[in-house]
Design a protein around this ligand. Structure first.
Ligand code: NAD
Length: 438
């Protein structure tokens, strides 16, 4: 296990006014984010003078997470928490446990959270955390000890009014419960509002588990209407069949769409007539992967990008749609359930081929929207029913998407740039109102 902070492929970038670890060249997801910011600066008017703020995370914390393993040895894991921007409110963003987590990735994910939270206008800044670990290799006890030690280490910068973590890849309600308990033990009082995505019995919100997928579905339906795509006959390909991809796939199938291809870490399956989505979800819950699902053809992972479909939903990891495969995609529309799945070069290829990309920063904002509801419910200790939560979620998502669609039309820009315009104007406006301290 490497102990040095991992900055991506090439940690040393040429000298410039930015610190080396913030420069675009070869910095993976962070480099992609910087290119996205550069594309929006011409549309920011006077606020552009604050744009540098967007290129510098406010605070980066790298922590060593040592734990006792079951075999008696001590293992050290590399943990991060990055607060990109807190101008609009406390930091907010998930925690990822994955063997490929890097500082570049966590920085980019934290920045996309700033943009996303502003895009749907919830009163948060952006943050993200992660541990470089394959949690599938840990026992239940090791996972709990690692989660608790990580929470203690980042405890100096998180809190209900400072920065509120949530689930992301390979983290779930149980991990949020351990984080909440650890923070509460360290501060001496029960602090339900320190994390969201908790179990409902511990102050979690109804509808949170399904919220991101529901948001993907909601904006997908809106976008489809604009381009005259009929959901009830659409063919879908989904990459990643976890919390986001699984729920989104289920909702599209319930609306009549055929889910014809699904890929996850275990492989890729295909069925022209449409996969039985509830049965596939049950299979994944039982076995951990779509691999081995009866009644589907197995295709090579790379063939996934050639599947003849109408809608493609990347819902796994970042940098999946690149210049190398963007030209092969047949879909008319891509709805980004994952964060950062499309590189800027791929974005350009897709635009030239008239493929509509509904970007992550609006498409997957349903999760943080219901996290916001959870946080509000925790503060007031008054809990809403699921119907009310879903109705408020759909209203926020539709309103935000309609505004973004209009900005895209007015400025003749992509939905990604339009979302960045709306969000960055909000972030930088609060930056200007608050002024610089001291
Ligand atoms: P998850 O752990 O529930 O599911 C991840 C899925 O990705 C699994 O099906 C896994 O098999 C698959 N996967 C992993 N590596 C893969 C690979 N190399 N190739 C193909 N598939 C692979 O995670 P999730 O919560 O569904 O998150 C998925 C994406 O959505 C991430 O980008 C995350 O940041 C983003 N997201 C999640 C939420 C949320 O509320 N959970 C909110 C917004 C965005």
């Amino acid at each position: 296990m490497s102990q040095a902070p991992n900055l991506g492929e090439s940690p040393i970038a040429p000298a410039s006014v930015l610190p080396s670890y913030l420069q675009a060249d070869n910095l993976g997801p962070w480099g992609n984010y910087l290119q996205q910011v550069d594309r929006v600066i011409p549309y920011l008017g006077n606020l552009a003078r604050w744009a540098e703020t967007l290129k510098r995370p406010k605070r980066i914390l790298i922590v060593d997470v040592p734990i006792h393993m079951d075999d008696g040895t001590v293992a050290h894991f590399e943990g991060y928490r990055v607060q990109h921007n807190v101008s609009r409110g406390p930091g907010k963003g998930g925690v990822r446990f994955h063997q490929d987590v890097t500082l570049s990735e966590v920085m980019a994910l934290s920045a996309w959270m700033s943009v996303k939270n502003a895009a749907v206008n919830v009163p948060y800044g952006g943050a993200k955390g992660g541990i470089r670990v394959d949690p599938k290799k840990l026992s239940h006890g090791e996972l709990e000890r690692m989660t608790r030690r990580y929470t203690s280490e980042i405890g100096i910068i998180i809190g209900p009014n400072k920065d509120i973590p949530a689930p992301d890849v390979n983290t779930n309600e149980q991990i949020m419960a351990w984080m909440m308990d650890t923070y509460s033990m360290n501060t001496g009082s029960t602090a339900t509002g320190v994390v969201t995505g908790k179990p409902v019995d511990l102050g979690g919100s109804l509808g949170r588990r399904e919220a991101t997928g529901r948001g993907v579905f909601t904006v997908g339906v809106e976008a489809a209407r604009h381009i005259g795509l009929d959901i009830s006959t659409a063919r879908l390909a989904v990459q990643g069949f976890g919390n986001v991809g699984g729920i989104a796939g289920k909702l599209f199938a319930e609306a009549g769409a055929r889910v014809i291809a699904v890929q996850d870490h275990g492989g890729t399956i295909y069925r022209e007539a449409g996969l039985d989505v509830p049965a596939l979800l049950a299979h994944v819950a039982r076995t951990g992967s779509v691999a081995g699902f009866a009644g589907a053809e197995v295709i090579a992972n790379d063939q996934f990008w050639d599947v003849d479909c109408d809608i493609l939903i990347p819902a796994a990891l970042e940098q999946q749609i690149t210049a190398a495969n963007a030209g092969r995609i047949k879909a008319r529309m891509i709805i980004e359930g994952a964060n950062g799945p499309t590189t800027p070069a791929a974005d350009d290829i897709l635009a030239s081929r008239n493929v509509l990309v509904v970007p992550d920063v609006i498409a997957n904002a349903g999760g943080v929207t219901v996290s916001y509801f959870e946080w509000v419910q925790d503060f007031s200790s008054f809990f809403w029913d699921e119907e009310e939560i879903n109705a408020r979620l759909v209203k926020i998502m539709k309103t935000a998407f309609a505004g973004i669609w209009q900005v895209a039309q007015e400025n003749k820009v992509s939905l990604r740039t339009a979302t960045f315009i709306v969000a960055c104007q909000r972030i930088l406006h609060t930056r200007e109102l608050r002024g610089l301290y001291p």
